[in-house]
Every structure is written in C-alpha cells, then in structure tokens.
Design a protein around this ligand. Structure first.
Ligand code: LRH
Ligand code: MN
Length: 432
C-alpha cells in the first residue's frame, strides 16, 4: 500500500526543543503566581490533559456557504483521508482522540476496516450523525418538506430507517451515541401545523429510541432557524428538553452554540439542562449573527468561559449523571481546517482550565451576600488569567506540540497531501 505522509513524533519533539525553554520559564512564573493564591499549577495541568473533544469528520474539509466554497489543496477525498487529517490534529494537540461521523457523507463500505484504520491512528468514534436534511441520489422519497415530521408517513418511515441504519453502522464502529438534528420546518406561516409536527417527531423518535442498544444515548439537537426561515420544529432547548424527557433516560439535549438567536444567554441554558439532568453535550463553535460555525472562542471567548464555568461548577459539585460530550462543529471557509481545529480544541482546554481557576468560595460568598461587583470580579480574575503555558505543557506532556500551528506549518503536511491527493475537485457551494 502506498505510504501516506504523516508527521512523525520525532519531528514534533524536535520542534518542541525550540520552544521548550521559553514555555518552561512562563510555566514557572505562572506557578509562582498561582502558588500565591494557594493554587497548585499541577492540578490545572492535569485537568488540561484530561479534557477530550471530538472532531467533526466534516470539519477537516473546507466549508462553504450558499454563495461559494473555495476548496484548498490536499483536501480529504473520502472518510479515510478525513481520518488521516483528524489523526494529525490529535497528534499535535493530543486532546481530540475521537471523531464524529456523518452518514451518508462518511458511510464506510466496511465499518470494521474503518474502525481498525482509526484505531491504528489512536482514534475512536464519538456520536454518529444522521442526515435527513438532504436527498441522496438513490433515495426514494424527498425530505424537501421534512423528514421525521413529514405529513407523509412513508417519508417519516424512510427517515426513521436511516437513523436506525446509522445506529447499526455505529455499533460496528464502537460509537455509543446518535445525534439527531432535523431541518424540518417552514418558510411560510401556516406551512405546517406546529402541534401535529411535534407529535409526529415524537412518534418517529420513539421508534428510533427503541432501536438504541442499552448502553447508547440519543442527542437531540435544537436549532432556531435555517434552512427553514419562518419556523423550525425543534427550535429551542425547551422543546428539545420536553422531547428528551418524553423519550426516556437515554435521550438528552445537545447544545450547538450557533443554534440560538443573537445574545441568547447560552450559559443559562447549560445551567438549566445540567439541573434537569438532560445535558447531552455540545457542538462548540462561535458566531456573530447566525449559525456561522466559526472557530470556538474566536468571537465570544467570555461566553465560552462562562459556559465552562457552569460545567466545572457541576463537575466540582458532583451533579449526578453529569457526563456531557464535547464536540466541535465548525465550517472552515477561509482557514486550513486542521489549523482551525487545533486552535479551537486548545481554546476549549483554555476555557476549561480558566473555569477551574475560579475561586468558587469567593464567588459563592459574593452571590450569597448580593455583591455583584465582587462576583463578576471573581469570574473575570479567572478569565483574564493567561493559562497558555498550562495548555502548552499539557500538550507536550501527552506527546503533542508545544506550538501546534507552527509545528504543523513546519511539517509541510498540507503540501505533502496536495501531492498525494492530487487536484482539488471543484465544488460550487455548501458546507461540504
Ligand atoms: C446543523 C448542524 C448539525 C450537523 C450539521 C453539519 O446546523 O449543526 O449538527 O448535522 O450542522
Ligand atoms: Mn451542530
């Protein structure tokens, strides 16, 4: 089999040599500062090493919009090449050992072979994603007017069967969850009956739920709008929560950060879903206006920190059944997807470490004493702490790169892949 270029561990170690002295000095300095506050830097570095984030398979290709997609050299052409690129992200940042597949975009001819290919690269599979928001060439009935909530029972059945097929493929791959996001909705007032549509959604989801193995979970992903531009059936966390509760203990609510109206307080939704025991996890990304799928922490880093503040508060107070899945869901239209995924994964680790820096005793005191200024100051103190040395040392201790982007660029990986994978297949628009 022809050899595919990979970044060698020795090359990473060599690049780390150049950066080690500086990061060690910064780490020492930060350790002293934290020690003054009775904080042991080693606990935080251990936390940084513990956080794991799943990579979306569709995130290693160049994304696009309805206007255009500007593919780049060396794009992955199939699920195996996507896994090669996911493995490269994992090799350099060490916090992304799992990949979330999308079916049929990543439908493997032989799931067992794909599982082996992934395992040989230190990867395993996270939640499977079904797709009833596009019509496939060999599909009998169209999803133009909906899928799990379509007025025609035959279309609903087709969509249910597709989700069950995703579970069957996932079982062979070792996945333990199915994420269901449906685009069902309308562009015009009156186009669909909201109550009947929700009944049909639950009727369909109950069939999918019954097909779940005992140790699996199903994640319901709500979204305010797009592609439906007037009303969406599963449009907010309340509707998602109601459905997850109706379905049963294996169902929970997945929060995609871009699926809310501008300025919605997402950290409050997270706190609610934690309290209600129905937080499935996240599709992390960032946005300025709509579901922009921009890099996590690139637009609203304080919001990302506040979300992790709720997650760490729950972790430290041992909330029962608190086991959220962390995934990225981004569309990289103008950057090298591998670079964006590495930076985004590290931004999640940064926010997680900063959230562990919050003086929770001081925060609780300020809250109980109705001292808003001190409460905010306590959070801001953690958010403004530069924990870059901790995030870098955590990566290095796990065999990764102190500076992933610099190491990746120095490796010439993209150029090598351009040579291996040949000319880019032109594609006009769309996210993949
Ligand atoms: C919908 C969504 C969903 C995926 C898709 C790629 O906007 O967030 O999670 O199926 O993006
Ligand atoms: Mn999503």
């Amino acid at each position: 089999m022809e050899k595919h270029f990979e970044i060698e561990d020795a090359f990473i170690a060599e690049q780390n040599l150049k950066a080690r002295a500086e990061v060690a000095e910064d780490y020492e300095h930060l350790a002293k500062r934290l020690h003054r506050k009775n904080v042991d830097i080693e606990n935080l570095t251990a936390k940084a090493q513990a956080l794991q984030v799943a990579i979306p398979s569709w995130g290693v290709g160049t994304g696009g919009t309805r206007f255009a997609r500007f593919p780049q050299q060396g794009e992955p052409r199939d699920v195996y090449e996507k896994l090669e690129d996911c493995a490269t992200v994992f090799k350099l940042v060490r916090s992304t050992p799992s990949v979330s597949l999308h079916i049929p975009w990543d439908k493997p001819d032989d799931p067992a072979t794909l599982r082996r290919f992934a395992r040989e690269r230190g990867l395993h599979f996270d939640a499977m994603n079904s797709n009833t928001f596009q019509d496939q060439d060999d599909q009998e009935l169209s999803y133009k007017f909906g899928s799990l909530t379509h007025p025609d029972a035959a279309v609903r059945r087709q969509a249910v069967e597709h989700n069950i097929e995703c579970i069957e493929i996932g079982k062979v791959l070792g996945s333990k969850a199915l994420t269901v996001w449906i685009a069902d909705g309308g562009n015009f007032p009156g186009q669909f009956h909201p109550r009947r549509a929700l009944e049909r959604y639950l009727e369909s989801m109950h069939v999918i739920y019954k097909a779940l193995p005992d140790n699996w979970r199903v994640f319901l992903e709500h979204k305010l709008y797009e592609p439906a531009f007037y009303s969406t059936v599963i449009n907010d966390w309340g509707t998602s929560y109601y459905c997850a509760r109706e379905l049963g203990s294996k169902a929970a609510c997945l929060v995609d950060l871009g699926h809310h109206a501008p300025n919605v307080n997402i950290e409050m939704i997270v706190a609610r879903l934690i309290q209600l025991g129905k937080l499935a996890g996240f599709h992390f990304n960032d946005s300025k206006y709509g579901d922009d799928d921009l890099d996590a922490g690139s637009i609203k880093p304080f919001q990302l920190f506040l979300i992790f503040n709720e997650l760490v508060d729950a972790e430290l107070s041992a909330v029962p059944h608190f086991d959220p899945c962390y995934m990225l869901d981004q569309s990289h239209n103008v950057t090298d997807p591998i670079e964006s995924l590495m930076v985004s994964a590290s931004e999640l680790v940064r926010a997680y470490v900063q959230a562990h820096l919050v003086d929770r005793q001081a925060l609780t005191e300020a809250q109980e004493k109705c001292d808003p200024l001190m409460a905010l100051a306590t959070l801001k103190e953690a958010f403004t702490a530069d924990v870059t040395p901790i995030v870098a040392v955590a990566r290095e201790r796990m065999g990764g790169a102190i500076d992933p982007v610099a190491t990746y660029r120095a490796s010439g990986y993209r150029k090598q892949k351009a040579a291996e994978r040949g000319a880019v297949a032109a594609s006009l628009t769309g996210i993949v």
